[in-house]
Structures are given as C-alpha cells and as structure tokens.
Design a protein around this ligand. Structure first.
Ligand code: HPA
Ligand code: ZN
Length: 339
C-alpha cells in the first residue's frame, strides 16, 4: 500500500499482546527438545513439524480452537531463561516495527499449574525488559492475566501471591487482566478479584466483547470497574450505542486486534472490522497483534491490513497513534516523549 513506509516508520504503542502468543513454531520445537517436553504429535499430526504446525495455524474455528494450541505450545516453557528468550524475541521484533512502548500480558496460572514458579517467570521477563530498554530504548510493562476457564479461587490465589511478593507495589506488574474462554465465564464471576485489585489501587483491564456480547463489556465496566477493555469489538457489531457513548465519554481505551478477530472468526473479513465506526464515534482505541505467532502478523501487519481495507489518511493514523499514547499506562513524562 502507498502508506506502507509511513506506517512502518510511525512510532507505535502496543497494549494487547500475549507473550505466550509470540511463541513461534521454531522456538516451540527448539524448547521442546531442550526441555524434553513431548508434544502430542501421536494424537495431533499438526505437532509433527514446524511446517505442519504453521499449516494448522492457517485457520481456527473459534477462540477455544486457538486456545487449545496456545496452551499446549506454552507447555515447552520451563526456565527463567526460556521466558527471557521468548520475551526478548518479541521485543526485538516489535522494535523492528517501531514499537516504542509495549504493555504485554502473560498467563501465570498456565505455568504455575505445571510447577513453574511465579518468581521464575518474573525473573525471565524482567531480564528481557531491561535488555529491551538498553538495546532499543523501548519502555515495557507487564500485565498479569488471570484465566477465566479456571475456578475463581485459583485466580484470587495467584493475584494474592503476586501482591504478597510486592510485584504491584514495586512496579514489576502494572495491572491485572483477564483472558481465555469468554462466553461461559461472564464478568460477575470475577467481582471479588477485581474488588480486591481496585481497593488495592491496582489497575484493571479485562478481555471482553470478543466472543461474548456487548453486555459483558457493560458488566466489566459496572461490576469490575475495568479501566480498559481488551477487544471490545462486540459493542460495534451489536451496535450498542449507549455503551459506545459511554466508552467515548469515559475515554476508555479499547485494545483492538483486527487480524486476531478475522483468524478467530469474530468477523468474516478485515473489511468487517468497525474502523469507521470507531473513528466517527471518537472512541479511544489502539491497534494490536494479540497472538502474532498464531495469527500471521505482528503490529505492523495489523496496521497495513487495515490500511489496505480502509485507505485511511495520514491524519487518521496520527490520531490513532496519539490515542494509543494517551491511553498508555506510563508516566506523563514518558507520554511526552512518545508523542
Ligand atoms: N482472547 C482470550 N484469551 C486469549 C486471547 C484472546 O484473544 N489470546 C490469548 N488468550
Ligand atoms: Zn488477547
């Protein structure tokens, strides 16, 4: 597209990126050999090779179909050095696409349930963050996501463990989030957890309105006091005008992921992404990659896919980029630098 060089050079913020979703098949197989983790190749031939796995990633039926691969994939991660390698590979790739500030998710329960210590995860990620700062001048924040498909007490226990370790107080963790399957696990299930975070002055975001209806987004705002919503596309697909007006009024950041939405069949094609509605309504949003190793594109590919479908102006993109900076969880002085 004609704007490709402009989009490549545009300074970016990424707010919706699962570190485990950046595990490329090459590193997945390398770590499975190194750590002696057997992949289920006997029951699923997709795990036979890098090529068959990439072919399987071409189409997912829905969120849960993808999540099955996502959780098996991350089972090869065991040591602090594995988590460091994973995160640093992502930060390097993001820097090459001019990401200047990244707020990234990880799923502690998916690792602690396999016997990996929370401290090992944090140690590996922090080393990668320090290298990203030194090598690329990139600012990064970690957001701890709790898993919806596990019982609420498991989420509460993981949150408490992180809080007791001082990770929120010392800035190791910037916020909590909530991810995994959405429809069967609506926001009311997580009220105690979000109340505990809110009363502790801890920032809160929630995946909502991806496969779940717009009403889950309203519940996330009302019951969980969410300060940000990850995805949130269903407000526009369901044409919930009252909710949209509220998002605009409250300046709630929506962290949107267009290629992910197509890959997981949330929308039929990129042309169905409600970009014009977002711009016309004046919603604050950012464009992000979600799980780039699985969805055939990092942040720049998401920007370019939208540009090909919608032919935005330079001014449109500058306003999207500005909204992303303003919605970031970084200091005011860092925002100045990013603008
Ligand atoms: N939705 C819910 N859970 C997830 C996602 C997502 O897009 N990616 C990784 N975990
Ligand atoms: Zn996500």
């Amino acid at each position: 597209t004609p704007l490709h060089p402009f989009l490549a050079a545009l300074p970016k913020c990424e707010h919706h990126l699962h570190l485990e979703g950046t595990l490329e098949p090459e590193l997945l197989f390398e770590l499975s050999r190194k750590n002696n983790i057997t992949l289920p190749a006997s029951t699923d031939p997709a795990f036979g090779s890098v090529e068959t796995l990439l072919a399987r990633y071409k189409t997912f039926k829905n969120l849960d179909d993808f999540l099955g691969y996502y959780y098996i994939g991350m089972s090869v991660l065991l040591h602090a050095s594995d988590f460091e390698a994973l995160a640093y590979a992502y930060f390097s790739k993001a820097a090459s696409q001019r990401v200047r500030h990244a707020e990234v998710f990880f799923d502690p329960q998916a690792h602690t349930s396999r016997g990996v210590d929370l401290a090992a995860l944090v140690e590996g990620f922090k080393k990668a963050q320090a290298r990203a700062r030194a090598d690329f001048g990139m600012s990064t924040e970690l957001i701890m996501c709790l898993l919806r498909h596990l019982p609420p007490p498991s989420a509460m226990e993981t949150f408490s463990q992180a809080r007791e370790a001082g990770y929120f107080a010392d800035g190791t963790l910037a916020a909590i989030g909530m991810d995994s399957s959405e429809l069967p696990f609506p926001p009311p299930m997580w009220k105690d957890l979000y109340d505990a975070a809110g009363s502790g002055g801890i920032r809160r975001t929630v995946h909502a309105g991806e496969e779940g209806p717009a009403s889950y987004m309203t519940q996330a705002l009302d019951l969980l006091d969410a300060q940000r919503i990850d995805h949130g596309i269903r407000a526009f697909l369901d044409e919930d005008d009252k909710l949209i007006a509220r998002l605009v009024r409250q300046k709630t950041l929506l962290t949107m992921c267009p290629l992910s939405n197509v890959k997981l069949n949330v929308i039929p094609s990129i042309a169905d992404f409600p970009l014009k509605k977002l711009l016309d309504a004046g919603v604050t949003f950012s464009i992000n990659s979600d799980d780039p190793a699985y969805f055939e594109g990092y942040i720049l590919e998401n920007y370019c896919a939208l540009q090909e479908a919608f032919q935005l102006s330079v001014r449109d993109w500058e306003s999207i980029a500005k909204g992303a900076v303003m919605g970031s969880w970084c200091s005011e002085s860092r925002k100045e630098e990013l603008l």
